[in-house]
Write a protein that binds this ligand. Structure first.
Ligand code: GCW
Length: 832
């Protein structure tokens, strides 16, 4: 239904906006503006566009301006070869515009990739000039101009210069050559399939356009866990095809390489970085690649990490490894991104002094100053691994004579993958703005603090072939947010949220308000119902990194320990009694983290081991905070559903429905997390919840306590992933479980917590009395084939009239390996 907002004569525009959308154009929708706004812009925007110079990015800029203005204003710019005597948009590099329109008298000192939007009035005629030092800057300027129009900002009397904060604004894709993706949730690779480059690279061009719209200038196209095959000679031409698809958008291609390649595919008997044969091999390889792709950005290298080949095989250092590869790239202007994510994943968990968080600093700090100038050490935002909250990595402050890049993870590996709304810009902002002593993380990473020749920001993006790129509509906001922050980390998270919302869902004030608020609170919500107080993810660390599994991190060598026991919880990382990690920070920062009194509650369990009864700044004990935050988080996730329903009819139906389904699923998972973590800590600490919620679920009927026909009770692992530690599972072709309702008559909502494994498509029916009131199939593809926290899902059936004596019956029909299992039903009074 069209809301009052859409009144004639704006009807056409609104109808277009409410059309079903698949999300493929992301934030570059260019939907028609409302009539009043359009009228204003039609006066301000000229009818003609002139490109001075036709180099690739400038041609893209021109095409983009035509496309955007046609979409938003319903006017097709007329292309002219020369600056006319009428008003025109004139685009080109400064040099080219000076030649084409000397009468403009333009002169400026612009930085690489920066741009200048300038209104010039010449002979009484206004021109909009989009200029830059280089073609890429012109393209960025064109996108900026279009964004202004889409955001409703003035474009008459322009005089705006923008300079990117850092030269490196890259994304890494963790795509495998077979088309699968490591930690990718948006479908198969846009680059690869079946061991070679895809025939159809149209999505690569479209991706290049999305990246360019944010000012992202580089993309590595294969997994950092690199397949050595990629350096086989027949890949050079394939990489060249990808580079050609990106080039019009100013995106340089880079590749991830395997350090063992000289031996594994190169025919040498060694990959020792100081061996001249190895150096010659890398040189020849680089030459071969640069012959095919002259503007290749460089290589990404993950060495001596999680089982990858590295210099330690020969007792060499990371600097030896980085430099031998970097020297091969140097003459071609290439960069070598050497990943700082180096740690021992076979650490002895029994030793309380062992600490994975120390690893990157311990590995790289001693090597400061020994990396060549075209090496960039790529450092994850925190010292562990993209957890829901980590302190800023101390490595950023510890390398004064080494180039750095901050690695942020856009793909939501530990953040609910593509199924949960978790907008990461607020988290990234906290890290980037964090002052480590010598400078903020953003200034250090960009190379500003220590005046490094290069540096910047790398996002692990993992978009895929899904129509909407990221597996769901809302996760696009993270790609957008990364790009905007890489360009300008001083932008605020609310500003980014609002921009994205307006561009992606339109400018209806209620939509703007609702969606931006949801985005902005989503990280905190997720943290609260998963791992607050610095506990980290509490997920299946050794498996899918998705569902709840509180102890998965413990008693193994991976080092993501929280060390919860019967008396307390947290990693003691102090200098006084712990692992000494805190000593890696500058004295001022270390002082805050070292002191239990000063350490922020958000990180207290990351830095300290404390008793459950320890009282936090909030005035609550640790254990009560764990309970309260999980309940707050779950309630917040539940409230998203109502908030989203409030914008029904104000955005297109398809995306409305798809996001609603996602938020409903998230609310169910939030309850699983809440109960699992709270129950686990209750069992461990034996301290009850002061508010009596934990272990107390009015209206909940455990499946194993129902009358079972065919269903059998099974133990769930880990126990906390199911209510009461048990579920029922159907070992035959059809089973049923029933219970008798004996409460007050009225309207009720029934919730069935069932298990949607990925190894079948079981069917369920819900009956009240003889009547089937709902049926559904368990067809989701969460990353687990087991009855566990990852597969736990919720079906909500509202508006059911119940009377005492009614039978409530769940019928399950297994399929494949999926046993139509379920955990419990909940009978809750319906809200009026
Ligand atoms: O967190 C881990 C991921 C791995 C990834 C690794 C890394 C590409 O679980 O999948 O490998 O980080 O960043 O290298």
């Amino acid at each position: 239904m069209l809301r009052p907002l859409c009144v004639i004569p704006a009807l056409l525009a609104c109808a277009a906006a409410l059309r079903a959308e698949d999300g493929s154009v992301a934030w570059l929708r260019y939907t028609a503006l409302g009539e009043t706004a359009a009228r204003g812009y039609r006066l301000a925007v000229p009818a003609v566009v002139v490109a001075a110079g036709a180099a690739a990015p400038i041609d893209s800029a021109q095409q983009e301006l035509i496309r955007g203005i046609r979409g938003m204003l319903g006017r097709t710019l007329r292309v002219e070869a020369h600056v006319p005597r009428e008003s025109a948009i004139v685009i080109g590099t400064l040099d080219e515009i000076q030649k084409a329109a000397p009468q403009f008298g333009l002169s400026a000192k612009l930085e690489p990739d920066g741009f200048w939007l300038k209104t010039i009035t010449e002979g009484g005629v206004p021109y909009i000039v989009v200029t830059a030092e280089d073609g890429r800057g012109v393209l960025y300027g064109a996108f900026a101009l279009l964004r202004k129009i889409a955001l409703g900002e003035a474009v008459d009397r322009l005089d705006e210069r923008q300079t990117p904060y850092a030269p490196v604004r890259w994304v890494n894709q963790w795509d495998n050559l077979d088309g699968s993706m490591e930690r990718g949730y948006g479908g198969p690779s846009i680059f690869w399939e079946g061991g070679h480059v895809r025939q159809d690279l149209s999505r690569v061009s479209e991706y290049g356009r999305l990246l360019a719209s944010l000012g992202i200038n580089g993309c590595s196209i294969n997994n950092v866990n690199a397949d050595p095959q990629l350096l086989d000679s027949d890949f050079a031409a394939q990489i060249a095809r990808i580079a050609a698809a990106f080039r019009p958008w100013g995106v340089q291609v880079a590749v991830s390489v395997d350090f063992g390649s000289p031996k594994s595919i190169g025919g040498l008997d060694t990959f020792d970085p100081v061996d001249p044969k190895v150096a010659a091999w890398w040189k020849a390889k680089a030459e071969e690649l640069y012959r095919a792709v002259p503007d290749l950005g460089g290589f990404v290298l993950k060495a001596d990490s999680e089982g990858r080949a590295g210099p330690s095989t020969y007792g060499r250092t990371h600097a030896d490894a980085a430099n031998v590869v970097a020297r091969a790239l140097k003459t071609h202007g290439g960069l070598l991104f050497y990943r700082g994510f180096v740690y021992d994943h076979h650490m002895d968990w029994r030793n309380p002094k062992n600490d994975r968080a120390r690893a990157a600093y311990d590995n790289f700090h001693p090597l400061d100053g020994r990396f060549d100038d075209n090496v960039i050490v790529q450092i994850k935002n925190g010292p562990i691994d993209f957890q829901v909250r980590e302190p800023a990595s101390p490595v950023f402050g510890a390398l004064e004579r080494t180039n750095e890049a901050a690695e942020l993870q856009i793909t939501q590996e530990y953040m609910g993958q593509a199924r949960f709304l978790v907008f990461l810009a607020p988290m990234w902002k906290e890290t980037l703005d964090f002052d480590l002593g010598p400078g903020t993380v953003k200034a250090l990473a960009a190379g500003k603090t220590f005046h490094r020749p290069t540096g910047g920001f790398v996002g692990v993006a993992n978009v895929g072939l899904d129509e909407n790129w990221t597996g769901n509509h809302l996760s696009q906001a993270n790609l957008y947010g990364f790009g905007r922050l890489a360009w300008n980390p001083d932008l605020s998270a609310p500003r980014i949220a609002e921009e994205w919302t307006r561009l992606t869902f339109g400018g209806d004030p209620k939509v703007l308000e609702t969606v931006s608020v949801l985005l902005l609170k989503s990280w905190r919500t997720y943290e609260n119902y998963t791992g607050p107080l610095g506990l980290q993810g509490l997920t299946d660390i050794v498996g899918n990194h998705y569902g709840v599994s509180v102890e998965a991190s413990e008693r193994n060598g991976w080092g993501q320990w929280h060390r919860a026991d019967q008396t307390g919880v947290g990693m003691d990382r102090t200098m006084a009694t712990g692992t000494g990690y805190i000593g890696q920070y500058s004295p001022a920062v270390a002082k805050v983290f070292e002191s239990l009194e000063d350490c922020p509650d958000d990180l207290v369990l990351f830095m300290h081991h404390v008793p459950y009864t320890y009282s936090l700044h909030s005035g609550k004990t640790v254990i009560q905070s764990i309970y309260d935050l999980h309940y707050e988080g779950e309630q917040a996730a539940e409230s998203y559903i109502g908030d989203w329903k409030g914008i029904a009819g104000r955005i297109d139906d398809r995306r409305y429905r798809e996001v609603l389904a996602q938020l409903e699923y998230q609310a169910g998972q939030a309850e699983v997390w809440r109960d699992a973590v709270s129950n686990w800590f209750f069992r461990e600490s034996r301290i009850p919840d002061a508010k009596s919620r934990v272990g107390n679920h009015p209206g909940r009927v455990e499946a194993e306590a129902m009358m079972l026909e065919g269903y059998t009770a099974v133990d769930v692992h880990p126990w906390e992933a199911a209510s009461g530690g048990k579920a029922v599972s159907c070992p035959i072709t059809q089973c049923a479980a029933s219970t008798r309702y004996n409460g007050a008559p009225g309207w009720y909502t029934l919730r069935i917590q069932y298990f949607d494994q990925n190894n079948g498509t079981a069917r369920y029916k819900l009956r009240v009395g003889d009547q089937v009131v709902d049926e559904w199939v368990a067809a989701a593809h969460v990353p687990s084939a087991k009855i566990d926290g990852s597969t736990s899902a919720r079906r909500t059936v509202g508006g059911i009239a119940l009377r005492a004596g009614d039978s409530i019956r769940v019928e399950g029909m297994p399929d494949g390996g999926e046993t139509a299992a379920f955990d419990y039903i909940e009978i809750l009074p319906s809200e009026n």
